[in-house]
Write a protein that binds this ligand. Structure first.
Ligand SMILES: [Zn+2]
Length: 119
């Protein structure tokens, strides 16, 4: 009887950790998707900037500096957004980023395996 209780408890624990693990996997997939979405927006904005520059050149005009600056700032903001999401994702995957070289590695390491920097 006691053995059965132990088995039942173990099974419940396993069930709980499986649910937790699958939630974590769902979050990871969602996170990967958000990062690639943000990166796609960055590419799109850069393309738009390029098109503005070329259109101005074709019209033998100069692209107004504030128009270019505005686009660049938009790009910066999206890049920062993607970087934040990447960091969140690394936490979710139990990873951390080396402050020195940017290498992403397991949280269990005390030193970066790439550059030796203390983590
Ligand atoms: Zn490093």
């Amino acid at each position: 009887m006691e053995l059965w209780e132990t088995i039942k408890d173990k099974a419940t624990d396993l069930g709980r950790s499986a649910v937790k693990e699958s939630n974590r996997m769902v979050e990871t997939v969602k996170g990967n998707f958000s990062v690639s979405e943000a990166e796609a927006v960055v590419r799109k904005l850069k393309l738009e900037l390029g098109e503005l520059v070329y259109a101005a050149y074709q019209n033998q005009e100069e692209l107004p500096a504030d128009t270019a600056m505005e686009k660049c700032k938009e790009i910066d903001a999206k890049i920062a957004e993607a970087a934040t999401m990447k960091e969140e994702l690394a936490k979710l995957k139990n990873q951390k980023k080396c402050e020195n070289c940017g290498n992403v590695t397991s949280r269990t390491y005390d030193f970066c395996p790439k550059c030796g920097h203390s983590l």
